[in-house]
Design a protein around this ligand. Sequence first.
Ligand code: NDP
Length: 366
Amino acid sequence: KACWRCSHTRLFSATRVCSSTMTAWVIEKYGSNEVLRFSKDAPFPVINYPNEVIVKVFAAGLNPIDVSMRGGHGAATFSMQRDPLNVLQSGSEFPLILGREVSGTIMECGLDVKYFREGDEVNLRNLFTSHVCLVSHKPKSMTHTEAAGVPYVATTVWSALVNTGGLTEDNCATKRILVLGGSGGVGTFAIQLLKAWGAHVTVTCSRDAQQLVGALGADCVVDYTAGPVKDQLEALGGKFDLILDTIGGQTEHWAPGLLKPWSGSTYITLVTPFVHNADVLGVADGMVKTAALWTSRVFKHIAKGVHYRWGFFAASGPALDEIGALVQAGQIQAVVEETFNFPRVPEAFQRMEKGHARGKTVVQIT
Ligand code: NDP
């Protein structure tokens, strides 16, 4: 669907302390956790285009990519987005505010913004480059803390399953789906969306997460720490129509073999080499290498009767609206594992670095 209320935003952070500055956690170079610095004078965003809004952020969700970006992952790709003509000096992205999804209220609207009004409660996924940002009304049944953990994983799952995998509310009921890695931010959301649409869902996770994913609706749960996961999945009997892989690495060598061949079945992995290749080789050479890799894998799998795809996050306000309706209907809930208040942002990053997530980590700003 086209999103007619698409609004560029320049936001993320915290509270305004005067008209031109705000408090925020920033980094001024890439590195480990000590590069995070609390700033009272981060530049306050301004509305540059009539379809922009400014959002006062009450809570922000963290994702593995925020930790990676703190260390410089994606610097080449995001710098190209910020500065496509490459006219700015190296390091011009600093001070950089990390974070990719928030919940808050609209503070100011550009002149063309009709869909939102000041004071509306919204959640959204933002890009710092401001090229795309799609905002959705926050589901009323969710707190800001809960809503902040939804946009990035929800629109990633939507993009992978709906746009890439071709799943819809109407065609899911007959499908057997495998989610590799069901206990993290993406997995816990994917299970719920698939169950809301009536699919049969099999999930892999660690032993201690079995109860969590079962409570979210998973029909079959396989403990990947209990022995070769491929054998366990084969022992269940029956092949899959679609696999969503949030783990990557070795899984891609064996998982497509669990799909029903020659029936339109699809393996979608979220762990793709695009950003890494751009970091190592530069954007242009990285794209060439990535395209060659993608093509070879797609054709290798087509020869075996299954589709091989990469899934990517794609911002979508309409998707968030549809997800909001499922939330309001009680079919999807936020899975927030741990919250940290604003002064504890470095601890929140440390929590993310430990891994073994059971849902989302959220920072409460106010
Ligand atoms: P999280 O860190 O929230 O969750 C990862 C989960 O996987 C944890 O619960 C972990 O628990 C579990 N896990 C680890 N190893 C295995 C395994 N071998 N089998 C089953 N489960 C395992 O990450 P997210 O859910 O947020 O993201 C998942 C992946 O998707 C990340 O690599 C992320 O970068 C990628 N992603 C890609 C996007 C894109 O646009 N392409 C967008 C969003 C995410 P435990 O270790 O205890 O088992």
